[in-house]
Design a protein around this ligand. Structure first.
Ligand code: SF4
Ligand code: SF4
Length: 346
């Protein structure tokens, strides 16, 4: 990644890869050693639903170069309060323990705080996927206190503890603002290991390679974040960059695409495949459409036709019996130690 400047979204630029069909066609045009289903040895089935992941929209205050959502300030797709209510109705009919709220920058969605409070009122655990810089904007400066009051687990993306690597991927000045936000989360009790206010950092490689070993990176990050920035946190998740959306465009334009896909295919790990998150998650889009995961959501691949495809028709039994929709991007979840919204899967 050569420049620290962020680009407008694919959508705003009218880029061909703004189309999910074009992204899948590009991936399918490449010669690879074997298809994902051949590597698996057959179809993949869901097992249960432990996590309801709600993507409340594509609006974001950042335009990171690797974004798999093609999120940015120009995007207008956000979940309405009516669709949030349908999610809450589905949740109330089940005992799904965790609601994972993502975006975009989910906190920019108009009814975000109401959604968090309603999920908490149902007694469920809430995860917020936070880009950190949103906490530095004037209208969201009180979010650390809001999160603490509602016992929200905050999972924050930060590509690297060093400034240059983070700013290369996320834009000039993002690292400094992210560190300030982390310090404020620490001030209200996040990441102290005692308060129960869990603070997780998520790192993804800045370039065309797989992440390093999660356990050893966590040790290194805890040391470096404390020494360099005075910041404490509970856990580090390593996530593989998915070859879709803006990262796919960068791979292609930098001449890295074939090599990166070959590396994912070569690193296929059957143990990682058994733990892919789609087997225990249902992903809901801003308009209420149901998907196997956030990546399938961005590729506009809804759940299998044998299952309900909108949250208004949510049926846990049918969804837990569904066959997962797969394509070549799925190699991103099964390479090496595996990758999911909860980090490595092995
Ligand atoms: S990666 Fe996250 S913070 Fe960056 S543009 Fe995408 S949604 Fe926003
Ligand atoms: S991309 Fe989605 S559907 Fe494919 S393996 Fe990963 S989590 Fe499952």
């Amino acid at each position: 990644m050569s420049s620290p400047k962020s680009l407008p979204t694919l959508r705003a630029r009218g880029a061909p890869l703004a189309s999910p069909d074009a992204q899948r066609a590009l991936l399918r045009s490449l010669p690879i050693a074997r298809e994902f289903e051949d590597a698996l040895g057959g179809p993949l089935r869901a097992t249960r639903i432990d996590v309801m992941q709600i993507n409340v929209g594509k609006l974001c205050n950042q335009t990171c170069r690797h974004c798999h959502v093609d999120a940015g300030p120009d995007r207008r797709e956000v979940m309405s309060r009516e669709t949030m209510q349908l999610c809450l109705d589905a949740l109330a009919r089940t005992d799904i323990p965790t609601v994972d709220i993502t975006g975009g920058a989910p906190e920019l969605t108009p009814h975000f705080r109401w959604l968090v409070e309603q999920v908490r009122a149902l007694g469920r655990h809430v995860i917020d996927r936070c880009n950190l810089t949103i906490l530095e904007t004037p209208t969201h400066r009180d979010l650390p206190e809001f999160f603490a009051e509602n016992r929200v687990e905050v999972v924050c993306s930060l590509p690297h503890y060093a400034r240059l690597s983070t700013d290369r991927q996320r834009g000039d000045g993002v690292h400094e603002r992210s560190i300030r936000a982390l310090r404020r989360l620490n001030e209200v009790g996040y990441g102290d290991g005692r308060s129960g206010l869990r603070l997780v950092l998520v790192t993804n490689p800045v370039g065309a390679f797989l992440p390093g070993a999660q356990a050893s990176l966590e040790t290194e990050w805890k040391r470096e974040m404390k020494q360099r920035h005075g910041v404490s946190f509970d856990a580090l998740y390593t996530i593989t960059n998915m070859p879709i959306s803006r990262y796919l465009e960068w791979l292609e334009s930098s001449g890295n695409l074939q090599r990166y896909l070959d590396a994912l295919v070569a690193a296929f790990n059957p143990a990682a495949a058994r733990g892919v998150m789609c087997r225990s998650t249902i992903s809901i889009g801003w308009d209420g459409t149901l998907y196997d995961c956030d990546f399938n959501q961005m590729l506009e691949m809804p759940v299998h036709a044998s299952a309900p495809r909108h949250v208004r028709d949510f049926d846990r039994g049918l969804l837990e019996a569904r066959t997962i929709e797969l394509d070549r991007h799925c190699f991103g979840c099964t390479a090496g130690a595996g990758s999911s919204c909860g980090g490595a899967t092995t």
